[in-house]
Design a binder for this molecule. Structure first.
Ligand SMILES: NC(=O)c1ccc[n+]([C@@H]2O[C@H](COP(=O)([O-])OP(=O)(O)OC[C@H]3O[C@@H](n4cnc5c(N)ncnc54)[C@H](O)[C@@H]3O)[C@@H](O)[C@H]2O)c1
Length: 311
């Protein structure tokens, strides 16, 4: 019987993908090296007869080949998603993200895999564009090594699709947030405020303005694309149609937590860290034409996530 492989299935987005597959009765192999702080979200699935867990590294070709046994479809979500870390360790980012993806593609070519759904990134691929919202045909000009690694993955996806007949969908995500996420501004602000409810350090000048998407909408979008039976290689922005400043995010979290007179301490400058993109809003018309659109507003999503973390 064929099964679905989810790489990074113990992480934030990947574990939600696994949950959705299981709810549809699919047999799932999870391949994850448990390197991320988020990386134990498979534990509730340990006794599930539909799930086989392989602790292994996508950089290891033999492991990946083994994981691809009886697999027709791969959700490739394993990566080092830290944009800031990629700036300090670009080679590591390349090895995990690009070489890891090449291993997946190579194993897919050597086995019976027919389709790959790849977790790419919208904002970091387009870099500092001045086109907002940013459509998929915008030239790719990454400004971080993470963005460069994802862009090179997409180039290999395109080449493998054309050369070996694999069907590959690249999901160019905005910032995804919600339960099980362990990085990103909303998560960071919450834990900073729990530690010190009187003062909040905000990286940059707080005017960075970006698009965020709640995890439930993200998973819906991925499965919506998967259902379309798209042939060849194609790529889609997946995000919301709104953007929000970092300062406004802080305001929403402070209000949700019922805090008063919190002093904001800005570190200054238009970006939070090297490789940060001050503005990001993806054009989602392409996926909307296929019938998907986000249901949860950014502010409602932030409130939901904060209430989840705080309960
Ligand atoms: N979260 C976002 O906002 C966002 C935005 C754009 C793209 N993405 C992409 O979506 C995917 C999932 O991101 P996430 O936020 O869930 O991150 P995450 O860190 O929670 O999940 C990644 C998982 O991959 C695993 N992993 C890392 N290196 C590995 C390796 N060498 N071999 C095997 N497993 C490995 C980790 O243990 C982790 O469980 C990533 O590809 C990321 O680049 C995420």
């Amino acid at each position: 019987m064929s099964c679905v492989l989810v790489t990074g299935g113990a992480g934030f987005i990947g574990s939600h993908i696994v949950d959705r597959l299981i709810s549809r009765g699919e047999t799932v192999t999870v391949l994850d090296n448990l390197s991320s702080p988020a990386g134990d979200y498979y534990k509730h699935l340990i006794d599930n007869r539909l799930v086989k867990f392989i602790k292994g590294d996508i950089r290891d070709h033999k492991t990946v080949l083994n994981a691809c046994k009886n697999v027709k479809k791969i959700f490739h979500f394993a990566a080092d998603p830290r944009v800031d870390a990629s700036v300090f360790n670009p080679v590591e980012s390349f090895m995990i993200n690009t070489l890891g993806t090449l291993n997946i593609l190579e194993a897919a070519r050597q086995t019976d895999v027919e389709r790959i759904i790849f977790a790419s990134s919208g904002g970091t691929l387009y870099g500092e564009t001045d086109i907002f919202p940013t459509p998929e045909n915008t030239p790719l000009k990454p400004v971080s090594c993470y963005g460069a690694s994802k862009a090179s993955c997409e180039m290999y996806c395109s080449a493998y699709s054309h050369s070996y007949g694999l069907n590959i969908i690249s999901c160019r995500f905005a910032n995804i947030f919600g339960p099980r996420s362990t990085h990103g501004v909303i998560y960071d602000f919450y834990y900073k405020l729990i530690k010190n409810p009187e003062e909040l350090e905000i990286l940059g000048n707080g005017e960075q303005k970006k698009s965020y998407l709640y995890i439930d909408d993200c998973v819906d979008a991925v499965f919506h694309l998967e259902d379309q039976n798209i042939k060849g290689f194609d790529f889609f922005n997946i995000g919301s149609e709104e953007w929000i400043t970092v300062k406004k995010i802080a305001d929403v979290i402070v209000e949700t937590l019922g805090l008063k007179n919190v002093k904001y301490k800005f570190t200054g400058g238009e970006r939070g860290w090297i490789g940060d993109i001050p503005k990001m809003l993806l054009d989602i018309e392409k996926i909307k034409r296929l019938g998907w659109k986000p249901k949860i507003t950014i502010v409602d999503g932030i409130k939901k996530f904060i209430n989840h973390l705080h309960c």
